[in-house]
Design a protein around this ligand. Structure first.
Ligand code: FAD
Length: 431
């Protein structure tokens, strides 16, 4: 009988674990099932470019059914676990829940936005974790430019042209940098709108942005962004966002329709309900072989797991770079377990980091070398294009980038995607 391996989550961990299994498994050895709410894996490091429109949203994802040819894909969400019976409960997109028996279970559920109890944040903010959020923000920013151009109300115009991002980690920095770059680029198409009228504000609680990269690199990024007019407020907190009126801890008051919350992530809350050991941050506690503590046949990795970092100490950072390597190790350890062999520890030393800051602009630290400008930007693109595990997607991404080179950013705002049935309802006389 083949061993049943159930993988919950089809992101970096889920996809790369399944690919590693597909690559090395013998016929009839294991039966792999991947459960994920969407039938695609989001290539999250490309989301900032989806937000600026330099990449088509569809091109920044990997279609799971197309790459998981030797596995079974099920669209659904893990909702419960019976570790004694080795049964996982899965909620499909509709209808009753289903039960899946497993011999080995992998949890790769990733993370979601970490919210703080700030008045008005939930009603007025948006995260930057998903494809939908990135695509929405592009349309939203273009919509705000349209509004500012069309209105003759100075307050409305000022509000529309104020864009606030909270969180100066690489996600926040990349998001604000790409979107501001796009907005400045398209502005010549809006006669009467002056770039100086736009306010792009990045709020960070710590005393510097890009806390995970070296001081030099953070300094380079700060200089670049500040020179472009992005107002970076370090040591500052968002205190309130009620009715879109922001109150900052430095006393500033702002009115805006654009509040992007990128101040950290937390593991999916379901993890705390599965009866597995979790740490103070809600991550599943695993040993250095990626096995969940106290559970011989449950494994986890990526953003939802506290994976010991054998190189630097502590736990591994939540990054795609680590998640991919952990997943490959996890795939190998699963096969070793099935074959009765000893499993191996996960050990990885980061090779560097890229931070995109817009078209032709990036900072990077690669193998100890600090690079910035168009060289860093080109290296980043080359790196990500070659990392996508599907030729079809690599070609599409390269195609988008190549076609975008000689042209400016596209100004088309698909705002109607927010309310796709609106016209149909209005045709029926409904609002
Ligand atoms: C905007 C952005 C930019 C980034 N840029 C970089 C970068 O440049 N470099 C880098 O190294 N890292 C980057 N990261 C971080 C990187 O994307 C994550 O560390 C990585 O995705 C973690 O992989 P994962 O498999 O743990 O989670 P994910 O890739 O998020 O996958 C988790 C999957 O689990 C699914 N899921 C959730 N709940 C359930 C459930 N109950 N049942 C079933 N499935 C479920 C989700 O839908 C998702 O498909 C970035 C992240 C973001 C958001």
């Amino acid at each position: 009988m083949p061993k049943r391996i159930l993988i919950a989550g089809g992101g970096y961990v889920g996809l790369y674990t399944a690919l590693q299994l597909q690559k090395n498994m013998q016929p009839g050895e294991v039966e792999v099932t991947v459960v994920n709410p969407e039938n695609f894996m989001v290539y999250r490091p490309l989301l900032p470019e989806v937000a600026s429109g330099t990449l088509e949203p569809r091109h920044a994802v990997v279609p799971l059914r197309a790459v998981l040819r030797k596995s079974r894909f099920v669209s659904g969400t893990l909702t419960g676990l019976d570790v004694e019976r080795r049964v996982a409960t899965v909620q499909p997109p509709a209808g009753p829940t289903r039960e899946f028996e497993y011999d080995e279970l992998v949890l790769g559920l990733g993370a979601t936005s970490k919210l703080l109890p700030i008045p008005g944040l939930v009603d007025h903010g948006i995260g930057f974790n998903s494809l939908a959020e990135a695509a929405y923000l592009r349309d939203h920013v273009l919509g705000q430019l349209e509004l500012a151009h069309a209105t003759n109300d100075p307050e409305l115009r000022r509000c529309a042209l104020t864009f606030v991002f909270v969180g100066g980690g690489y996600t926040g920095v990349e998001a604000i940098a790409e979107l501001q770059d796009m907005a400045v680029d398209v502005l010549e198409g809006y006669p009467g709108l002056d770039p100086a009228e736009m306010r792009w504000i990045l709020i960070e609680a710590m005393d510097r942005i890009l806390g995970t990269v070296s001081d030099d690199l953070a300094e380079l990024a700060t200089t670049e962004l500040t020179a472009r007019g992005i107002d970076i407020r370090t040591g500052t907190l968002l205190e309130s966002a009620e009715n879109g009126r922001l109150q900052l801890s430095d006393g500033t008051k702002l009115t805006t329709d654009t509040l992007v919350w990128v101040a950290g992530t937390r593991p999916q809350s379901i993890l705390g309900e599965l009866g597995l050991p979790v740490d103070e941050r809600g991550r599943v506690v695993v040993d250095d072989t990626l096995r969940v503590n106290g559970h011989a046949n449950i494994w986890s990795a990526g953003d939802c797991a506290a994976v010991p970092d054998l190189v630097k100490g502590g736990t591994c950072p939540p990054s795609a770079q680590y998640a991919v390597r952990q997943a490959r190790q996890l795939g190998d350890n699963l096969l070793r377990t099935v074959r009765g062999q000893a499993v191996k520890s996960f050990r990885y030393r980061s090779r560097g980091e890229f931070v995109t800051l817009g078209k032709n602009k990036a900072v990077a630290e690669v193998l100890g070398c600090k690079i910035n400008g168009s060289l860093a930007w080109t290296l980043r693109r080359a790196y990500y294009a070659t990392q996508i595990p599907m030729l079809n997607r690599t070609v599409r991404v390269l195609g988008d980038w190549l076609i975008g080179m000689p042209f400016g950013h596209d100004v088309v705002d698909f705002g109607s995607r927010e309310e796709p049935r609106g016209a149909f309802r209005r045709a029926a006389g409904k609002r």
